[in-house]
Design a protein around this ligand. Structure first.
Ligand code: SAM
Length: 245
């Protein structure tokens, strides 16, 4: 039925495309795509051909009104090149405008590199903060890191191979000693997740960044300093250290 269908697609292994995602993609009236060559491969995999409409950072503002109009009488699917649309990918304004127009909005959940990396790294998962890509320029990057340094949560960042070493060094400088993980090529043949402190990882990748797609996961700030504790906690702790009467 008419509306907007947000469809998550594999981040590597095509087997991760859900049957529901395949069903929606093969029946949609049109598919809004980032890169039609990338989505064409996926469509070939499921043996379906549907009209594809480019929707990316450079044409989004121009083509969005037309897509919103279509949704009144057509089922329009939205995909990105890999993973979940809207997550460091286009789509937020399309969803916002579809809602404003009163259209049905449905999500078909699936792979997301950030969440996949979080499950691999062995770092706390109860609270996490997604940063997407840091700014490439040194000063802006350091500022973005300083802004999140005090957050008591695991941090998740996207990065590319060539920039990995510089980004890890900037994280080590701005966040201090923290456990971290570098997840690479998730769900592909050479999937790996290397863990260590930010400093050891920065040293490891200083020379040459590895090939492929990368997610950096950084554990929360370490030990709670006494200054951060309230009096009751301090007292209780002190009492445990008293010699038994
Ligand atoms: N929307 C996507 C998602 O749900 O994960 C992310 C799109 S963003 C433009 C692309 C970035 O995601 C890459 O630069 C990399 O940081 C990360 N990524 C995508 N696929 C990955 C994979 N198989 N392994 C590790 N990181 C991946």
């Amino acid at each position: 039925s008419p509306g907007l269908y947000i469809v998550a697609t594999p981040i590597g292994n095509l087997g991760d495309l859900s049957p529901r995602a395949a069903d929606i993609l093969s029946r949609a009236d049109a598919i809004a795509v980032e890169d039609s060559r990338v989505t064409a491969k996926l469509m070939h995999h499921i043996g379906a051909r549907r009209p594809m409409l480019p929707y990316h950072d450079h044409n989004a503002d121009r083509v969005r009104p037309g897509l919103i109009e279509r949704m009144a009488h057509e089922a329009v699917a939205l995909v990105s090149d890999a993973g979940t649309p809207l997550i460091s990918d286009p789509g937020f304004k399309l969803v916002r405008d579809a809602r404003a127009a009163g259209h049905v909005v449905v999500t078909i959940p699936g792979p997301c590199a950030a969440i996949a990396a979080l499950t691999l790294a062995g770092l706390p998962t109860d609270r996490f903060f997604f940063l997407g890509f840091l700014p490439p320029k040194e000063k802006a990057r350091a500022e973005a890191i300083a802004e999140v340094a005090a957050i008591r949560a695991t941090l998740i960042l996207y990065e590319s191979g060539p920039r990995l070493g510089a980004t890890l060094a900037a994280l080590a400088a701005g966040l201090g000693e923290r456990e971290a993980g570098v997840a690479r090529e998730i769900s592909k043949a050479y999937e790996e997740c290397v863990t260590g402190t930010l400093e050891t990882l920065a040293a490891r990748y200083a020379e040459a960044g590895p090939k492929g797609e990368i997610v950096i996961v950084v554990g929360p700030p370490g030990e709670v300093k006494p200054a951060d504790l309230d009096a009751d906690t301090l007292l209780a702790e002190a009492l445990t250290r008293l010699p038994a009467a």
